[in-house]
Write a protein that binds this ligand. Sequence first.
Ligand code: AMP
Ligand code: MG
Length: 335
Amino acid sequence: MTHAARALALASVVIGVASAHPNAQAARAVRYLMGTWCELTMPGEGASPGAAEAAFQEIARLEQILSNWNDASEISRLNASAGRGQQDTSRDLAVVTDTAAKLCTTTHGAFDPTIGSVVHAWGFDTDTPSKPEARPARLAAAHVRCDRVRVKLTPPSIALATDTRLDLGGIGKGYAVDRALDVLRAYGVTRARLDFGSSSLGFIGEVDGGWPVVIADPRDLDTPLLSFRIAQGAVSSSGQRERSFVGPGGRYGHIFDPRTGTPVASSLLLVTVIAPTATIADGLSTALFVMGAADGARYVASRPEVGAIFVEAGAGHDLRITTAGSVPRVERSSR
Ligand code: AMP
Ligand code: MG
């Protein structure tokens, strides 16, 4: 998506309260935010265009803090002050960075929010990513490590080591979903489904039979592959296909192995995580994508509140689908 298209899409409208619903309470609204379509459905009490607008405004506010695509965002300004010690930040930036930094430790660096210099070297913070020369790629990778970011929560502040760049692309959408759901709760919304371009999905309340979730085929994102129902919580999916390019030596995607500083290249096509919050689901889907199905399943076994689905390329055109942890019954919709 070009910057012009992003700007245009930002002007998209709230579609409004759907009067077709028996109680005229099922509202649906769509907005282009954080580089993707965000769809909100509220099939319960408290739904109103005002609630939807407030939720979208919360996400737009967080985009101004967390986006690496915008030089004026708070994270971009923080990155520009790397090496200059502890910098005062907003509470949101400190909280999400703190969660990301803790995930870096518990995943032994598979999820690493200091990946920014590498993402930048490969141009994945632009519309035109490309493979860097070996030397700049190596230099960029040298600035990535969990201990190169230091967070304090009270008062909120962050220090980045020299030339280290923070990138919260692997967790920011999930955090935005959680905060937007908080705003809806404050409006008295009793049931909601917030779908962030199908990569992050969060819910308020419960519906009969559970909330239906459909996961697209990673080889053809227009085709459904898996479906399941969950009572509550959040879902996040990570894969290379959504953001990737074909360059010398093959296809390169936007999820990096922090240990090598290169895009993850494995038989894994997609990881879906089910977790109590969208922040954790988002961070973990990125982390498990880096770990791979076997190590990822072992990690999930250590977290009883989490479930994961791994989709790998199998023999021929087939797919290998495995699950770990607390996962509901999964139906396969296509081959
Ligand atoms: P997601 O789509 O949630 O898996 O996040 C992918 C995004 O997270 C990328 O576009 C990068 O901005 C960032 N990222 C890439 N690799 C990593 C990693 N190993 N740890 C944390 N963030 C990453
Ligand atoms: Mg993620």
